[in-house]
Design a protein around this ligand. Structure first.
Ligand SMILES: [Zn+2]
Length: 157
């Protein structure tokens, strides 16, 4: 009997974005969006309790800190709306969102606006630095990294 391999994420083909460590920060945001959408649909089917919305909103706020007070409004269409396309998710996580201003600093790693860029080698673990340099050739600690990227790289060590 022939075995048929079904991709876990048919809209993505066989490669989940988290399989590419160089896109760790974006993969995390992708997961947060996708999980919010799944839980929203499960809630509407009565398969998840109402607490799921608060849990996903909190997770969302941590993944997209640049949205600040816009967070609930930005979160709602993903949790309350229909299943998003892969393209819509990718567009959302690549576009800087929220009330950013033109002169606001952007993280050189994830390209998202950030209020605080940690700059320089101080506090940067050697293995984390190597991992960032591997994924972003030419990057120097002086260029900075946002707290979220630092967290993601530390988590992937
Ligand atoms: Zn970043």
């Amino acid at each position: 009997m022939a075995k048929v391999a079904l991709p876990l994420y048919p809209q993505l083909g066989t490669q989940h974005p988290a399989a590419r460590p160089q896109h760790a920060a974006r993969a995390l945001k992708y997961r947060v969006l996708w999980d919010a959408s799944i839980d929203g649909r499960l809630c509407r089917e009565g398969l998840l309790g109402t607490r799921a919305r608060a849990v996903r909103l909190l997770e969302w706020a941590r993944a997209f800190p640049m949205l600040r007070e816009e967070t609930p409004a930005a979160f709602a269409p993903w949790f309350d709306g229909p299943r998003p396309t892969h393209a819509a998710i990718v567009a959302f996580i690549q576009e800087p969102l929220g009330p950013g201003t033109a002169d606001e600093a952007r993280c050189p790693l994830c390209r998202l606006p950030t209020c605080v860029l940690e700059r320089g080698p101080a506090g940067l673990d050697r293995d984390v630095r190597r991992a960032i340099e591997r994924d972003h050739p030419g990057w120097r600690p002086e260029q900075g990294r946002c707290a979220r990227c630092a967290e993601v790289y530390e988590a992937f060590q």
